[in-house]
Design a protein. Sequence first.
Length: 411
Amino acid sequence: MAAPPAPPATPPKPTWDPRAPVRPLLRPTIRIRLTLLYGGMFLIAGILLLTIIYLLTAQALHSGDGMPFKLLPESKVQLTDNACPALSPGMSADEANSVLQTCFSQQREVALDDLLRRSLFALLGLSIIAFAFGYAMAGRVLSPLGRITRIARQVAGSDLSRRIELDGPDDELKELADTFDEMLDRLGRAFTAQQRFVANASHELRTPLAINRTLLEVHLSDPAAPTELQQLGKTLLATNERSEQLVEGLLLLARSDNQTFERKPVDLAEVATRAVDQTRAEADAKGVEFRGECAEAVVPGNGVLLERIALNLVQNAVRYNVPDGWVEVSSGTEAGVAVLTVSNTGPVVPAYEIDNLWEPFRRLRQDRTGSDKGVGLGLSIARSVARAHGGRIIAEPREGGGLVMRVTLPV
């Protein structure tokens, strides 16, 4: 069997703040939508008003198509300006009347065109002012919502002590903020009670198990103990160890479900490397080879919980494997998300059995755990931790046997 590859060097620690939100340049925010709504309504009203004024003006001008005067046959044409170039001295009265009729019609059309052009420029300027004014007013009206959003984002980052405490008139926004504060109070009390329960349960459950383990180890160390007692002690010690693993798994599952942990930059490459190092002895004993390369993939989260994801997946990949098999562990970033992949050789897994793997205390083709490979909480804990970090785990059967576990987390 080939020697296992050396673990990659630990990448440098990131210095960026994972809590800083990354937003696209153009977002359909409520402020922009309100601005477009108000500005669009003003623009439509202005176009309708302009159309009505134009039609009324055109009707008023065209209602006077007839000239208020006519030249008599004996009248002489005398030009005072060149407003009507087609009119010239020496024309007969009928010719002059026809030219004047055409000239007045052209002047009415020019006046209407000038009115329309000037009105459109005025409407354009007023529309720009209306959009700017609507954007400013929408921002002022929606500023309490921005504060609520910032507080909610801080609360989502596990700071349940923050409150909005919005001042101002008793309107719908203040009612929303007060309701949100009441909800935070109830959530804070619930999480505090849950943390207190987990701490008490941790102490009350671990202490008797630790005492039992100590007593069993003391009795097993007695060389004069009968063989039957030695065998019984080993069985009880294995059962006690299984109970300790079950308690640790349940407590970790409860801790990951409440999502009230502090988030810091964590590199999945370092997490995966540590998981491989902790499982290497078990893999060597079973003849399982480790493969793969871990590239840098920094995510915001809790290092201990993320390491537990990698450790559970790697341990399962080693324990549910075949002799002289392999486990491939890799990490990196794809399409803006961090990816941790653990694949292995092993027995063929039907696709319809995948969903059962995520349920607590269940294994492949078994309703309840019944072997010494674990307590049946590894994948449940891994999925709970991934969800608490805003990610997900996907399991796919591998061609030829085994599974491909793919963890995606937001960067």
